[in-house]
Design a protein. Structure first.
Length: 149
């Protein structure tokens, strides 16, 4: 009676210890990453007149580079997502040497649409709603679909 029990334990142990080790789960790529077209930009509730057909943004893991927005330098904005609040974002930018500013914002990501709203005053707290208003900048972006080669 002891032998079948030992055989079952040996087979069970072999199945556990001899089983292939599962591969690490692939890391989820942040859905914000990629190239975006600026569709709308409002500052203090008003259109800026700066959005053109070439206005865009490229988001990587560390920065957002806005391009094609007249009168704005093509300097990247750093950004951090709040790990405790998945909708909060802090944009950082060096306006000139020695002047480093941070702007608190919130965002809404829905598939290929991204809306970012951030306070115009670096001392202000996070906006409470994802909409245009007198104290915020509002950006509406649409993902640019990469052509498959």
């Amino acid at each position: 009676m002891l032998r079948p029990t030992i055989l079952i334990l040996v087979l069970f142990a072999g199945a556990i210890f001899g089983a292939p080790v599962p591969k690490e789960k692939p890391k989820v790529i942040d859905p914000m990453l990629g190239k975006w077209k600026v569709e709308e930009m409002l500052v203090a509730g008003r259109p800026t007149g700066k959005v053109t057909d070439e206005s865009g943004a490229t988001i990587d893991k560390e920065k957002i580079l806005f391009t094609g927005i007249p009168k704005e330098p093509d300097d990247p904005f750093g950004y951090k997502l709040d790990p405790d609040n998945k909708k909060q974002i802090t944009l950082s930018h060096m306006r000139k040497p020695g002047e480093f500013l941070e702007f608190k914002g919130i965002f809404e990501l829905d598939g290929d649409s991204l809306i970012v709203v951030f306070a115009l005053d670096p001392k202000a707290d996070y906006p409470v709603e994802v909409k245009s208003g007198p104290t915020v900048a509002y950006l509406k972006l649409r993902r640019i679909q990469e052509e498959k080669k």
